[in-house]
Write a protein that binds this ligand. Structure first.
Ligand code: HEM
Length: 414
């Protein structure tokens, strides 16, 4: 139903139902996509794409645990945009062989075996050790005197790229290259029916592999990601391709997801006029609500290996299912007043980091980085305002937050 039809029938138009909507405001509204998706059934077949869309909180948790929904969708999962003749690796499978080795795109037991090799990187002990590293990086990045801070360019992007290099054991000078690789790899996952996307995605993966090889020729820090992977390779548990695969997975899964989320967290707080409430609730509690309110990973995919019945629908074997995490996080059945940002909200569970066997391995690290950023910004400024309209870029269906320029001060300045 179009907005015009909605209005003709007396229903509220889509825009304007966001509680923070300001008519005529030039910037993208983080609520709009969620509101729009939630207007439809919680499980529905999208005829144009030829995929299932799942937006209900209960259905998402049910399906992410379902044994007949496989995470190995890059192997075979196809939307109507994919045809065997276009894109892919030419062997009938989608995307590159390296990506198909990512444990994120494999089911147990292969998934669990590969995940446990790098899981020690994210233990409570390692996270505690990462805190001073993250704090030092944030302090360095905030040190230059500036009238205007670009939360993305000056802070979130350099921070999360350097953190990934640190945990993997890649040299710091590799960090700026992540911003080039990550979008090209991300595009490969969503738009590999376009030849130019395949070319760029494969090039990025090739460059990641070369950087990993360079690092492994030297001495990688003991206990780092590359060290753990090289040890597992030496013990004969994994092949060299798996070392490259897991390194590229951690870059893809850990960098842009986190940098974009840090930007979105600040943008959401400003959009909702809730900077003071974020500081009052405390960054640790506020981060959970910000994660629920506007996530950087909107959707996950799964591939049905057998028929699955859900919410009165039958998903057939071979169907591709898109699980819409951001929309499910706005479910009124689970969250009171879901479109309001309430930094002190008690949250039993949100779906931003997924659910079940593939639950995000880096959730603690993402929380840590965001919390430190909010804490440090809050220590400087109790008032923050946008210095320009945030700049987003559409990259093959993925929205990338490129610039978020803000200006801060204290109440005493006023
Ligand atoms: C705000 C930032 C982040 C968000 C929103 C996010 C979100 C997610 C989600 C939704 C999944 C589930 C995928 C699925 O079920 O198919 C996931 C998996 C994963 N994430 Fe994150 N992530 C973030 C940050 C990170 C960081 C910092 C790292 C590591 C440095 C990381 C590493 C991973 C890995 C390795 C997986 C695959 C887990 C598995 O398949 O067992 N993520 N992430």
């Amino acid at each position: 139903m179009s907005d015009a039809q909605r209005t003709a029938q007396g229903a509220a138009p889509r825009t304007g139902r966001c509680p923070y909507h300001v008519p005529g405001r030039a910037q993208a509204d983080p609520c709009t996509d969620y509101l729009h998706l939630r207007d439809d059934e919680s499980v529905r077949w999208d005829e144009d794409l030829g995929v299932w869309l799942v937006t209900g909180f209960r259905e998402v948790t049910e399906l992410l645990r379902h044994p007949s929904l496989s995470a190995a969708w890059p192997e075979q999962g196809r939307s109507k945009l994919h045809t065997p003749a276009e894109g892919g690796s030419g062997d009938g499978s989608r995307t590159s062989e390296l990506v198909r080795r990512w444990f994120m795109f494999n089911d147990d037991p292969a998934h669990a075996d590969a995940r446990k090799i790098v899981a020690p990187l994210f233990s409570a002990e390692r996270l505690a050790a990462a805190r001073p590293v993250v704090e030092k990086l944030v302090d360095e990045l905030l040190a230059p005197e500036r009238d205007v801070l670009d939360v993305m360019e000056d802070l979130a992007v350099p921070l999360s790229s350097r953190v990934i290099c640190h945990i993997l054991g890649l040299p710091d000078d590799v960090a700026p290259r992540l911003a080039v690789w990550a979008p090209d790899i991300a595009a490969l996952l969503v738009a590999d029916y376009l030849p130019e996307v395949v070319t760029r995605g494969y090039q990025a993966l090739h460059e990641v592999t070369a950087a990993v090889d360079d690092a492994l020729r030297g001495e990688v820090p003991e206990g780092s990601g590359l060290w753990l992977l090289a040890q597992a390779h030496r013990r004969g548990e994994i092949e060299l391709q798996d070392v490259w695969a897991t390194a590229s997975l951690l870059i893809y899964a850990g960098f842009e997801t986190t940098s974009t989320f840090i930007g979105k967290a600040v943008r959401a707080a400003l959009h909702a006029g809730a900077w003071a409430e974020v500081l009052e609730a405390g960054p640790t509690a506020a981060v959970e609500e910000l994660l629920r309110f506007d996530t950087s990973v909107q959707q996950l995919a799964r591939f049905a290996t057998a028929p699955v019945d859900v919410a009165g629908h039958r998903i057939e074997a071979g169907d591709l299912v898109l699980i819409m995490l951001g929309a499910a996080n706005r479910s009124p059945a689970v969250f009171d007043d879901p479109d309001h940002l309430r930094p002190g909200r008690e949250i039993r569970r949100h779906l931003t980091f997924g659910f079940g066997a593939h639950y995000c391995l880096g959730a603690g690290l993402a929380r840590l980085e965001t919390e430190v950023v909010l804490r440090r910004l809050g220590a400087r400024w109790d008032v923050v305002e946008e210095a320009a309209v945030p700049v987003t870029r559409s990259h093959y269906g993925l929205t990338v937050l490129e610039h978020l320029k803000v200006r801060g001060g204290t109440r005493n300045d006023a």
